[in-house]
Design a protein around this ligand. Structure first.
Ligand code: PEP
Length: 248
């Protein structure tokens, strides 16, 4: 089964409109001839600007979160309806910064996953263990729980991508070895096979995230079960994101 590589940039809480428009334009120009699937996920306030720049290009527009409700009295939240209105196609959910800094639990993430899928979005569901969980031998337990609970009640995986992001590797410069990452990706694929089917497991894209850089992208992507990258810090500059996105 051949899966297309999916290279995504999570811009986190960086930039204001003019810098974001400039970066998006550079990405459009430099990824025009790229062979993989691409996505940029800017802050909510930058979505409209970036949407206008990447329209008609081969880069998808992503959001970094959404509210668990469609609309109503939810001060400070952003709804899937508002994201759709701005041209967002994909929503990143369950990012470790949401799980650990903003205390989002599996049940809340699952609610958001189901709502986003119901509204036709592609979802990138992030999973991954803390350093102390890795040291306690709980990598599989944590990743299985986050996968099973995150996808509870989801019957069709065709719009679901999983991003394995070991928390200790995010923004730290520490990357999982390709072999360590591959072992978790293969395990998660087995969990999907058990929950859904071998066919669903062979088709689902599992990205790796955690200090992906131009220097390590190719060796990570060479692993059988690693189908792309979710890139944070290195996605903020074309000099680093484009070589990752066009790894060879
Ligand atoms: C991320 O936030 O999803 C991420 C992987 O960040 P970084 O690439 O900076 O480690």
């Amino acid at each position: 089964m051949s899966r297309n590589y999916y290279m995504a940039g999570n811009w986190k809480m960086h930039m204001t409109r003019s810098a974001a428009a400039q970066l998006a334009q550079e990405m459009v120009n430099q990824l025009r001839d790229g062979k993989h699937k691409y996505l940029v996920a800017p802050s909510f306030t930058l979505l409209e600007t970036v949407s206008a720049v990447i329209e008609g290009s081969n880069i998808r527009l992503g959001a970094q979160n959404c509210a668990p409700e469609e609309q109503g009295a939810h001060t400070g939240e952003v709804s899937v309806l508002q994201l759709k209105d701005l041209g967002v196609q994909t929503i990143i959910l369950g990012h470790s910064e949401r799980r650990h800094n903003y205390k989002e639990d599996d049940a809340l993430i699952n609610k958001k996953v189901k709502l986003a899928l119901k509204h036709g979005f592609e979802v990138i569901l992030c999973i991954g263990e803390l350093l102390e969980e890795r040291e306690a031998g709980k990598v599989e337990e944590v990743c299985e729980r986050q996968t099973v609970k995150g996808l509870e009640g989801v019957t069709d995986l065709s719009n679901v991508v999983i991003a394995y992001e070991p928390v200790w590797a995010i923004g730290t410069g520490k990357t999982a070895t390709p072999q360590d990452a591959e072992a978790v990706h293969a395990f998660v694929r087995k969990v999907i096979a058990r929950l859904y089917s071998e066919d669903a497991a062979s088709k689902i894209i599992i990205q790796y995230g955690g200090s992906v850089k131009p220097e390590n992208a190719a060796e990570l992507m060479a692993m059988q079960n690693i189908d792309g990258a979710l890139v944070g810090g290195a996605s903020l500059k074309t000099e680093s994101f484009v070589p990752i996105a066009k790894f060879s």
